[in-house]
Design a protein around this ligand. Structure first.
Ligand code: FAD
Ligand code: NAP
Length: 545
């Protein structure tokens, strides 16, 4: 499509959890919408990440939409932690049920968005030549959608197959009889390694940073428990929205240092056996703010590793010591540590003997050459800012988002950024986003954006733009809250530390979901305090004769 741009009220970029719900909400307001999605269909994260073992780590019954009580009643999850295919089936079901595909152009990447001051509209361009003019631009582009390759020489020279967990082939991969190397031991590596090990002739895991992971205790869901949950669905959803992490977690009352060793161990054992992410993280009230308290949790996990892994040297190499417990996203696993008891699995510590290059036949470290038939990169994402800085986004006065964010992202509430009017980010940097159940965070943001757009339209306003003062104050607050915690001590993707050259800034808002929700509601109730609202330009009066 070339020539004059098509006019719509809103462009929605992305068709994962966020984009799909944005279509639903904006359509209900009567807006005309153009949607674009780089993938061939809906699903976002769950369309791209098809690696073996991919599943959610927030319980399925919590990790889904709440906006439709009917949907909630008619959909039944089969496992405590649903697999990628099941979550993708769910998102397809949602797309069909609410007819959400009709305005989406798939296999199409937005490459540029330019604010036109004269018309007070966004001019949006894609890699397939589309041009769309829209009053509103909604970036539902995901926090973890831009896959990151490892920074290693020689990738193109490898004679075998290379896969990235975040770009997994749809037809699946059979590793039977193959010598496989896996780089990366974050959540994606930890989920896929036990399954790849079960297939491959030999698996070599190249680990740079050991991670904390806890048993998922995944199981089929009991139909009676599902029925009981459905009967209380609305009440539970309310409770989730007023809980710190968007899932119901008992709020701990005690410091880990206020109880004796026996009581502390017993408490950790109970938390470990919940099979939830938040069980251990929220076992005591000071694990994320006090290093001594944190060390007790870290040591508990290291004890479990020593208990599970037969070879003490391997157990030690698997034991995280470089970051406080919980300050890199912890993982949930099925048999991860036990996988290293297999004779056909080797652990290589690439901090001790770094990877030098990928060669035509495998991986070379400073100590050895490993002959491989296939390599799996479980090396993560250019998180949170990557998908927003990929397209060329230009705001008021020709300012580029890339330049504005050169020293790190700056937003007001994680939803808007000053100088980019009518530009909304779903779960952007500066919002709780990746620190909470994202299904809750996404619905919360899309609801806020839809209500804001309705407000503007009801009053005939052309645009809304965050003020620099409000943005600066919010960025300061986000940083101050982060600095009260241990999070900045970890070289995590939350800090941008996994991408060479990326500014080190703690990107999500860690003040908790209820506090954040209260601020967002307050801003809206106060006629969008901290934003500048611009009326539509009155039409030129007709010349008098
Ligand atoms: P995404 O699902 O990432 O969708 C964004 C879409 O935008 C993508 O499909 C992408 O192709 C598209 N896009 C981006 N840029 C452009 C562009 N320029 N033009 C066109 N299209 C574009 N969160 C949890 O809360 N619980 C979990 O258990 C959980 N498990 C996860 C497991 C994995 C393997 C990963 C990677 C993430 C997980 N997350 C989890 C986080 C997950 O990303 C979110 O829960 C949620 O799926 C994000 O939805 P989204 O729509 O915001 O973004
Ligand atoms: P990740 O957490 O960023 O992990 C990437 C891994 O690759 C790290 O171990 C990293 O080591 C390693 N790595 C990167 N570059 C490397 C290099 N050049 N050489 C050696 N090692 C390298 O990415 P992820 O595992 O894909 O997970 C990202 C996020 O997605 C998670 O934190 C979570 O939020 C979400 N997720 C959730 C689930 C789930 O269970 N539901 C599953 C997958 C993903 P360093 O730590 O040293 O950088």
């Amino acid at each position: 499509m070339t020539g004059a741009p098509t006019d719509v009220d809103a462009v929605v970029v992305g068709a994962g959890f966020a984009g799909l719900y944005a279509h639903h909400r904006l359509r209900a307001l009567g807006l005309t919408i153009s949607g674009f999605e780089a993938a061939a269909d809906v699903g976002g994260t769950w369309w791209w990440n098809r690696y073996p073992g991919a599943r959610c780590d927030v319980e399925s019954m919590d990790y889904c939409y709440s906006f439709s009580p009917e949907l909630e009643q008619e959909w039944t999850w089969s496992e405590r932690y649903a697999t990628q295919p099941e979550i993708l089936r769910y998102l397809n079901h949602v797309a069909d049920r609410f007819d959400l595909r009709r305005d989406i152009r798939f296999d199409t990447r937005v490459t540029a968005a330019t604010w036109d001051e004269a018309s007070q509209r966004w001019d949006i361009a894609t890699d397939r030549g589309d041009r769309v003019s829209a009053q509103f631009c909604i970036m539902a582009t995901g926090c973890l959608s831009q896959a990151k390759q490892p920074e290693v020489d020689g990738i193109d020279t490898f004679g075998g197959d290379i896969f990235h967990t975040g770009r997994w082939p749809h037809e699946g991969v059979d590793f039977t009889g193959r010598r496989v190397g896996a780089i990366g031991t974050g959540s994606s590596g930890i989920q896929s390694i036990p399954i790849i090990a079960g297939q491959a002739e030999h698996l070599t895991v190249f680990q740079r940073t050991p991670n904390f992971t806890m048993p998922a205790k995944n199981a089929p869901l009991d139909p009676d428990a599902v029925a009981a949950r459905k009967a209380r669905a609305r009440e539970i959803r309310e409770a989730m929205r007023s809980s710190r992490a968007g899932v119901i977690v008992p709020m701990p009352e005690h410091s880990a240092l206020a109880v004796d060793d026996g009581a502390r161990q017993a408490h950790y054992e109970k938390a470990w056996n919940t099979g939830t992410l938040y069980g251990m993280v929220a076992a005591f009230n000071d694990l994320l703010v006090d290093r001594d308290a944190n060390d007790t949790a870290a040591e508990y996990v290291r004890d479990r590793i020593r208990e599970i892994v037969n070879d003490p040297d391997v157990a030690e190499r698997l034991s995280p010591r470089n970051h406080p417990f919980g300050t890199k996203r912890p993982c949930l696993d099925t048999d991860y540590y036990a996988t290293f008891n297999r004779d056909d699995v080797t652990l290589v510590d690439v901090r001790a003997t770094p990877i030098v290059a990928i060669t035509p036949t495998g991986i070379r470290t400073t100590a050895d050459d490993f002959e491989l038939d296939a390599i799996v990169f479980a090396t993560g994402f250019d998180a949170m800012t990557g998908p927003l800085l990929g397209p060329d986004i230009t705001g008021v006065g020709g300012v580029k988002l890339r330049d504005k964010w050169a020293a790190g992202p700056r937003t007001y509430l994680g939803i808007a950024t000053a100088g980019f009017p009518n530009f909304f980010i779903v779960t952007g940097p500066g919002s709780p986003s990746v620190l909470v159940n994202m299904a809750v965070a996404i619905e919360h943001h899309v609801d806020w954006i839809a209500e804001c757009i309705a407000y503007l339209r009801d009053r005939g306003l052309a645009s809304i733009d965050a003020t620099l003062e409000a943005e600066d104050a919010w960025v300061d607050h986000v940083n101050q809250v982060a600095d009260l915690t241990l999070f900045p001590q970890a070289n995590s993707w939350y800090m941008g530390a996994n991408v060479p050259g990326k500014p080190r800034v703690f990107m999500p808002y860690i003040g908790g979901f209820p506090r954040y929700d209260e601020v967002c509601r307050g801003v809206a109730a106060d006629d969008y305090r901290g934003f500048e609202l611009t009326p539509a330009t009155a039409p030129e009066p007709a010349p008098s004769t």
